[in-house]
Design a protein around this ligand. Structure first.
Ligand code: KPL
Length: 310
């Protein structure tokens, strides 16, 4: 099976390196020729907390040089999905599938606008991986990846199982799920609580458990998201506050992806997270004041960088 991983961010580099190490026919795809050239020279540098440093030479190229592939994994930030999706017609073979392994909601819809829904897969990865620099990542935590065929997809259960086997072959825990939309929302419920608060307060995930006011806001955002998911007809497992507490404890030292984005001066994924909850809540007649306010605050935080003092 020929694979492409679209996006040389933290997750993209990790997946490409792990698949390559496992002997898969994989290429990493970028849209920037300058970065492709640098990554080809340096390879992908993977560091673990146990002190392992490894340089993996992964084939890297632009989409027209790499395709056509049987499976293309979309691993770009949510705000780049629309742009990245334009590479998919070059990358996907006839009968090939695209798997989005991204944060937030709206990615499936953005990809479907370019290649339709019939060969789409969705996934949620609970891996602790941080981008230190271009092509340089820290693999801090092994977690499970869930994958499945969303509504409108014609990818069969047998094909989903084959993709899960591929991930397992690369040393990743991967489980097929028939309720992948609910799984996407379960992750979103966590992200809308942890990500904006940690980014605004510039604290690691575990600090939220020690900051009662911040915790109250995080739980309120998560509860609103869960209510919207339920109003949309999805069944989410467990209590949002309990899940939030568990993830904050499990990833206590981790800097959320939104905090990393704010610190690096990059755009954040707020539009795919809290803004999605607010928009979908509005469409269902459900008020989501906490998610609306957090969306505005994060937009303001991103715009305020040139004016910050100190
Ligand atoms: O997904 C995450 C993120 O940072 O985007 C969590 C689960 C909050 C871990 O940091």
């Amino acid at each position: 099976m020929k694979l492409a991983v679209l996006g040389p961010g933290a997750l993209g580099c990790l997946l490409a390196a792990l698949f390559r190490e496992a002997g898969a026919d994989v290429s990493l795809v970028d849209y920037r020729p300058d970065r492709v050239a640098r990554l080809r020279l340096r390879g992908i540098q993977v560091h673990t907390l146990e002190g392992v440093h490894q340089v993996v030479e992964v084939p890297i190229g632009l989409a027209p040089e790499v395709g056509p592939c049987d499976l293309t994994i979309v691993a770009v930030k949510a705000y780049q999905t629309e742009t990245a999706a334009r590479a998919l017609p070059d990358l996907m073979s006839q009968g090939g599938a695209a798997l989005t392994l991204q944060n937030g909601l709206g990615n499936l819809e953005a990809i479907a606008r370019t290649v339709g829904t019939h060969r789409l897969l969705a996934g949620v990865g609970l891996l602790g991986v941080t981008r230190q620099d271009e092509g340089r990542i820290i693999y801090a935590g092994r977690g499970v990846i869930y994958i499945g065929a969303p509504a409108g997809s014609q990818v069969s259960a047998i094909e989903v199982a084959a993709v899960a086997d591929l991930f397992r072959g690369a040393g990743l825990e991967c489980q097929p799920r028939e309720d992948i939309e609910a799984v996407l929302w379960e992750k979103l419920v966590i992200n809308v609580g942890i990500n904006p608060l940690t980014a605004l307060l510039r604290v690691p995930n575990g600090a939220l458990l020690k900051l009662p006011e911040a915790w109250e806001v995080a739980v309120a955002a998560a509860e609103e998201a869960q209510a919207v998911a339920q109003a949309a007809g999805l069944t989410l497992s467990g209590d949002p506050a309990a899940r939030l507490r568990q993830v904050c404890a499990d990833t206590a030292a981790n800097h959320s992806s939104m905090l990393q984005d704010i610190l690096a001066g990059r755009p954040t994924e707020i539009e795919a997270m809290n803004a999605q909850v607010a928009t979908r809540g509005r469409a269902l007649g459900l008020p989501t004041p906490v998610n609306e306010l957090l969306t505005l605050l994060l937009r303001a935080a991103a715009q305020s960088a040139p004016f910050t003092v100190g």
